[in-house]
Design a protein around this ligand. Sequence first.
Ligand code: ADP
Ligand code: GN1
Ligand code: MG
Length: 365
Amino acid sequence: MEKRVYDVAARFQIRQGEMSIAPYGNGHINDTFCICVDVGEAAPVRYILQRVNRYVFPQPENVIENIARVTQYLRGVIEKAGGDPDRETLTLVKTNEGGDYFLDEDNGLWRVYLFIEGTISRDLPDTPELFALSGAAFGRFMCQLEGYDASTLHEAIKDFHNTPARYGQLMDAVFRNDAGRLGEVGPELAFCMRYGEEVHTLLRALKAGEIPLRVTHNDTKLNNVLLDAKTGEGVCVIDLDTVMPGLAAYDFGDSIRFGANTAAEDERDLSKVQFSMEMYEAFVRGYLGEAGSVMGSRERELLPMGAKLMTLECGMRFLADHLNGDKYFKVHRQGHNLDRARTQFKLVRCMEENWDAMMEIVKNA
Ligand code: ADP
Ligand code: GN1
Ligand code: MG
């Protein structure tokens, strides 16, 4: 590991002892490392060290401020409920100067979290039961933030889940054709263009006052919730970089697009990419079991639309990044973002084939 990562770790108030640092996790955005400190006890003490992605978050200081505020609030909620705040929410470890982040000589912004031990993070749900438990965790997270004052939050990424704006960004990428890849994406682009009207559905419902703006997570994929390694219960919702005002339907939808896919997000063999109604049903059960009581009937009714639009939106973002030359999402092979976009569009088609059943499950939950 680069010496520099060790130098950065030394800037934080972490336990003393022999230290090893290695890359960690499968996030697409930040550079994540696990710090392991041998403190002479049976188990090492671990931390998560991250360099926040400055291309994605142009003002990472604002992101840290949001996280410091939200986690402080969550600690209070968790304590009141008799829980363990060190385990049930993220804890920022202070720098030696008492700050929440360290800026390196290249203006890279680093932070450290306590490592939440005894948990697992999954890239595919093992069973419907585990997926239901992750649904419960995200539903609970939204309820925990019900009383939080949204006006204290910075907009970490402008128009993050504004599906019409994402559609517009894709069209901009097409016109610029920066990476010269436009010739490869004809069918995918034609697919997106069928949705020029439908992309407005949720934001129009918000504008019409049919559904509320809430404080939401905005990145609810399965590997952003840590589950108890023994019981599978959701322990802690992580990756709080995008906690901002948003829609329940988009949070619901992001979990579905990731976890009800029978294959990986970047699967090349599209015959393996199917929409699992069993996983969908399980997530609805877990999510509404926690959040259902605070949601209105129109808000519930629009959950399937959240799944479809979020999947389309994510596909459009992958496709736009492919056209822009892979600047946003981390890629590990040629055409990686295009492969990801294709799985999302296949899933949108599968959801449309299952639409009536998707609506019915939410109605009867
Ligand atoms: P990204 O924004 O790049 O997705 P994340 O914050 O989600 O970064 O972190 C990447 C991965 O690191 C997570 O999916 C999870 O597996 C692991 N992780 C992050 N924070 C913690 C933590 N506090 N304790 C244990 N594991 C963590
Ligand atoms: C990114 O950070 P990560 O890997 O959990 C992205 C999400 C996408 C997701 C697609 C800040 O999530 O919006 O849905 O990749 N996060 C950001 O896998 O853009
Ligand atoms: Mg993540």
